[in-house]
Each structure stands twice: as structure tokens, then as C-alpha cells.
Design a protein around this ligand. Structure first.
Ligand SMILES: Nc1ncnc2c1ncn2[C@@H]1O[C@H](COP(=O)(O)OP(=O)(O)OP(=O)(O)O)[C@@H](O)[C@H]1O
Ligand SMILES: [Mg+2]
Length: 339
């Protein structure tokens, strides 16, 4: 097994970290702990929450709301942002709306653009598209200001769709660009000499807009699939459902050539705790956990990077985040070896 510590040492140039997994398994906690770790290594680190409901403020026990990047008090080099879905969606809606209007105007289609805009912005994946767009923005814009960005993504289905979307997005963009070029050159060919056609085509604002979207998209795709710079970590608990979600997730992500950093197993009930207890409940839980850990070892063994103990209380406050970061790197349940 390659531990998290070994993995991080072997990947000194990581810049984009993602945590994924079923709801409630500890994605935000592990994202925070990873960000904390990078910051304490002296890397300028940004922890970005892209969830509809945020929990960074509660984890760090300080106000990180408002959608702006704020320094995390008490840790050098660490800043955090809870991206406001509402603002992102509103801005994205405006952009789409502008594009639809421009397109209809350019195509000389004298219709009310509103129904077209409505269709575009009420599709079920719209919010995710908007968040994906925002994430792309951050990857491109903040990469000079920060050495490492840790993204705390939303629920599993959402993140998978984000990734799936990126392929469709690229396809859609290149089609749009091609058809725009064709239409333009036909029109321009009538008005200009042949050697001037490409020059004129390049001046077209709609095409320029599409080209810059495409360039940004390709840039992000390159970053997202770059195994030295990017790693997706999947978080699970020793329970059936979260494990199967992680397996499904790893298969999907690998199909998109997105590098998997590994699996973080959260919420481990320590043997000492279980055995010291008079509660039959805890001892039963411990036995049950052994079964699930066996499954994890069998199905995901080589991908497992670390274990995080189940704490007697929630992860709240800086020193608890520090504990998670430390345990994530050093805690090893004594029963793992013999499973
Ligand atoms: N190892 C642990 N021991 C004790 N409590 C934990 C542990 N890991 C996470 N928690 C608690 O479990 C809850 C869920 O954790 P977290 O918010 O990180 O999950 P999540 O996967 O981000 O959830 P969501 O899908 O809602 O975003 C939080 O209250 C957190 O403090
Ligand atoms: Mg979360």
C-alpha cells in the first residue's frame, strides 16, 4: 500500500486536489485537512467549497461566508472561499443569455430570445454547468496566486456530471466554432477577396468569444487530466453504500483520464476503543467494520492511502482539523494488515 505520505512525496508538484464521495462521508473534512497540510508545508493554499450548502465556516469555526477568498485565521498560507451558488448561477445565466441574443441577432432570426434563454437556463444540469464553469475560472485565474487549490466538490452525482459535462462541453464548443466559421466564411467570401477571408472571420466577436471559451476549456482539461498536477481523492466510510459509490466513481473518473490520488477511509472505530467498551453495540460495530474493511482491501486495496479514526465528536475548529491532517498521514489501524 502506498500511504498518503508516500503519495504526496512522490507527487511534489500537485496543484489541484479534489475530494469526492457519497454525501456525509467526510469530503469537506478531508479537503480541509489536506489544505491545512499543504499550507503547513509552506504552499500558498486555497480551499474552495463549490457546494450548494457550505460547511467550511463551521469546520474552521470562523466566518468564511460571502463568496470572497478570505485568510483562514491561525494558519499561515491558507485561504478559503465558499463560492456562492446563487451569484455564480446568476452570472452564468447572464452570459448564456447574452450569447443566445447575439446568436439570434447574427443569424437574423427575428424572434423573441426569451424562450430560448429560458430553455437554456432551466435545464436540470444548469446549476452544475455554472459551477463547473466557475471551477474552470478558478483553476485558470487563481493558479498564479496559489501553489495548491483544494476543491471541495458537491455530492457524487454532481461531481460525476461535472466531469462528464466537460466532454460534452468540449464537443459542443468545437461544433459551434466549426459551424460559425463555415457560416462566416460563406458570408465573407461574397464580400472579400479569398485571402482576406480568414482575417475577417477572426474579427468576428461571436467567434472570438467561442474561441476563447474553447481555449479556456482545453487549458482546464489539460490540467484536470495531468497526473503530476491533479489528484482526485475518494472518501469512504467502512460501510457498504459509500464503498460502492467510490468504486463506481473511480471507474467513471478513470474513463475520463482523470488521475485518481487514492481512497481515504474515514471513520475508523479503533480496536482499543471497541474492546475497552462494555457496550455490546460498539463491539458489534467493530466486527461489522472488519467485514467492510475486508471488502475495501479486496476491491480497492492498492488505492487506499490513509485511515482516519472516528472521533468522539464532530470535526470543528482548527486544532481538530490539524488532528485529522496528522492522523490522515500517520494513523494505521493495527488490524488492517491481518485482514
Ligand atoms: N472521522 C470523523 N469523526 C467524527 N466526525 C466526523 C469524522 N469525519 C467527519 N465527521 C463529521 O461528519 C459530518 C460530515 O462530514 P463532512 O461534512 O466532511 O462530510 P461531507 O462528505 O463533506 O458531507 P456533504 O456530502 O454533506 O458535503 C460532519 O459533521 C463532520 O464533522
Ligand atoms: Mg461537504
Amino acid at each position: 500500500m502506498t500511504t498518503l505520505e508516500q503519495f504526496l512525496r512522490a507527487h511534489p508538484d500537485l496543484r489541484f486536489i479534489f475530494t469526492g464521495g457519497k454525501g456525509g462521508v467526510g469530503k469537506t473534512v478531508t479537503a480541509a485537512a489536506l489544505a491545512y497540510f499543504f499550507a503547513t508545508q509552506g504552499k500558498r493554499t486555497l480551499l474552495a467549497s463549490l457546494n450548494p450548502v457550505h460547511s467550511l465556516s463551521s469546520i474552521f469555526a470562523q466566518d468564511l461566508t460571502g463568496g470572497e477568498i478570505k485568510p483562514v485565521k491561525g494558519v499561515n498560507n491558507l485561504q478559503a472561499v465558499e463560492v456562492e451558488t446563487k451569484d455564480v448561477v446568476a452570472r452564468y445565466r447572464e452570459n448564456i443569455s447574452r450569447r443566445v441574443r447575439e446568436f439570434l441577432k447574427w443569424a437574423d432570426i427575428p424572434v423573441d430570445p426569451r424562450p430560448f434563454v429560458d430553455i437554456a437556463v432551466t435545464n436540470p444540469a444548469f446549476e452544475e454547468s455554472a459551477m463547473f464553469d466557475k471551477m474552470m475560472d478558478m483553476m485558470v485565474q487563481e493558479k498564479e496566486a496559489f501553489d495548491v487549490i483544494v476543491f471541495d466538490t458537491a455530492a457524487v452525482a454532481n461531481a460525476v456530471r461535472l466531469i462528464g459535462l466537460s466532454k460534452i462541453y468540449g464537443l459542443w464548443l468545437s461544433r459551434m466554432i466549426e459551424s460559425r466559421k463555415e457560416a462566416l466564411s460563406l458570408r465573407v467570401q461574397l464580400a472579400f477577396r479569398k485571402d482576406k477571408v480568414m482575417e475577417e472571420v477572426k474579427k468576428d466577436p461571436l467567434l472570438a468569444d467561442l474561441l476563447s471559451m474553447n481555449e479556456r476549456f482545453n487549458q482546464v482539461k489539460e490540467l484536470l487530466t495531468n497526473g503530476t498536477q491533479t489528484a482526485f481523492f475518494f472518501v469512504t466510510l467502512p460501510l457498504a453504500l459509500p464503498i460502492s459509490v467510490v468504486k463506481r466513481f473511480i471507474t467513471m473518473v478513470s474513463a475520463y483520464d482523470i488521475p485518481v490520488g487514492g481512497v481515504l477511509v474515514n471513520g475508523i472505530l479503533d480496536r482499543k476503543v471497541a474492546e475497552a467498551s462494555d457496550e455490546e453495540y460498539l463491539r458489534n460495530k467493530f466486527e461489522e467494520q472488519l467485514g467492510y474493511l475486508q471488502t475495501i482491501k479486496q476491491d480497492l486495496g492498492p488505492m487506499v492511502r490513509s485511515f482516519i479514526p472516528l472521533y468522539p465528536q464532530e470535526v470543528v475548529g482548527l486544532h481538530t482539523v490539524a488532528t485529522v491532517a496528522n492522523d490522515m498521514l500517520h494513523y494505521m489501524p493495527d488490524f488492517w494488515e491481518d485482514l
